[in-house]
Design a protein around this ligand. Structure first.
Ligand code: NAD
Length: 352
């Protein structure tokens, strides 16, 4: 078979080392900005304020109202602070929710973004913004949404609780697994996906054992960058659509939903995409689905949707929504097989 692909590298600048947070002020200056608005969730407000103090004169304020799924009303409140403080860049300190707010501001203003990630969600490496208004989640993709500078400081993840580390890591791994069979994959996205999966296969069990392991934390954040970059480069399929449906319509928690669904969606696609998914079977041992499920179980991940308040009637509705708008997937999708897949994930069964 001859090769055929289209490749464009991400223009983002990536800074990665222990203690990299201390260079945020330098990067603000290098980007030509003088008035940085630091963003965070309410939970990370104290850390964001400490970062603003560290940035010193180049920080113009802190907005700590970021929330899951980027509600438009929160963005509008943050936009008022951007105007009041005459901010000329944003510094997003936190996980995907905070990065989402920074992206929503950049989408409306084209202000440059510096992101300091503290989870493995990977949003910082994508030009994609998901936002919610009136209970509906919509997604936009635009060049100005991609953060210009990402400062990865593994020391900031040492305190990420083990349960969140596990689900956030599996969330990141899902980007890589779907990237392996993406229709528009290229040799670099595939290399990054495999390397990202290897990094998490090595690091997550070590983090469960010793959450303060510097080596494992560094490895996991490296995996997050790789998997996030894959998400930002190629198209996603069944797994992300199903998780989007569950989160958007039934408010299931983001990372946990990805963690539970991954073995089931990967297993569903494992026959049609057996060659593309061969590295997953190799890295996790055994079959694609069984290997991923055993890995998730061994590191204490949640395994069943029913633990998150979903009913079997919700599964009927979710299967309906998930097949409403057709999209490409290696294995053709129909309502009956998606309903069965959801049932297995709801019961927490080990897929084969
Ligand atoms: P999150 O950002 O909502 O973080 C969850 C909670 O953990 C928050 O309260 C946060 O403040 C806290 N937290 C973050 N880092 C911490 C740390 N190191 N220690 C202690 N607490 C910490 O969760 P997430 O899973 O990172 O992000 C989920 C959101 O990101 C969803 O809205 C999802 O849709 C979005 N997302 C978007 C993309 C994209 O490309 N657009 C990609 C992945 C995720």
């Amino acid at each position: 078979m001859t090769r055929e692909f289209l490749y464009s590298g991400s223009p983002a600048r990536i800074v990665f080392h222990d203690g990299a947070k201390n260079s945020v002020a330098d990067w603000i200056a290098k980007s030509g900005a003088r008035r940085a608005l630091v963003l965070s969730t309410p939970h990370q407000k104290a850390d964001a304020e400490a970062l603003a103090r560290q940035i010193g004169g180049a920080a113009c304020g802190v907005f700590s109202g970021a929330a899951m799924h980027t509600p438009v009303e929160v963005t509008l409140a943050a936009m008022r602070v951007v105007e009041e403080t005459r901010a000329d860049c944003v510094v997003s300190y936190g996980g995907g929710s905070t990065t989402g707010l920074g992206k929503a501001i950049a989408y409306r203003t084209d202000l440059p973004q510096i992101v300091v990630p503290t989870t493995y969600a990977g949003s910082e490496a994508t030009p994609i913004l998901g936002q919610t208004e009136g209970g509906r989640k919509t997604t936009v993709k635009a060049a100005k949404i991609l953060p210009e500078i990402v400062i990865y400081d593994p020391l900031l993840t040492h305190g990420l609780p083990v349960a969140m580390s596990v689900t956030s890591g599996l969330n990141a791994m899902a980007h890589a697994v779907e990237g392996l069979y993406a229709q528009d994959r290229n040799p670099i996205s595939t290399l990054m996906a495999i390397e990202g999966l290897r990094a998490f296969a090595r690091s997550l069990p070590k983090i469960v054992e010793n959450p303060a392991s510097g080596e494992a934390r560094s490895d996991a954040l490296y995996g997050a960058w790789l998997c996030g970059t894959v998400l930002g480069t190629v198209g996603m399929a069944l797994h992300h659509k199903v998780c989007h449906t569950l989160g958007g319509s039934f408010d299931t928690p983001h990372a946990e939903t990805h963690a539970i669904m991954l073995p089931h969606t990967a297993g569903f696609n494992a026959v049609a995409a057996s060659q593309a998914l061969a590295p997953v079977a190799e890295i996790f041992g055994g079959s694609v689905a069984g290997g991923l499920w055993d890995f998730a179980k061994a590191i204490g991940a949640p395994l069943s949707l029913r633990d998150f308040g979903l009913t079997e009637a919700d599964l009927d509705k979710a299967a309906e929504i998930a097949v409403e708008n057709p999209y490409w997937n290696p294995q053709p999708i129909d309502r009956k097989s998606i309903r069965q897949l959801l049932q297995n994930a709801w019961e927490g069964n080990r897929p084969i």
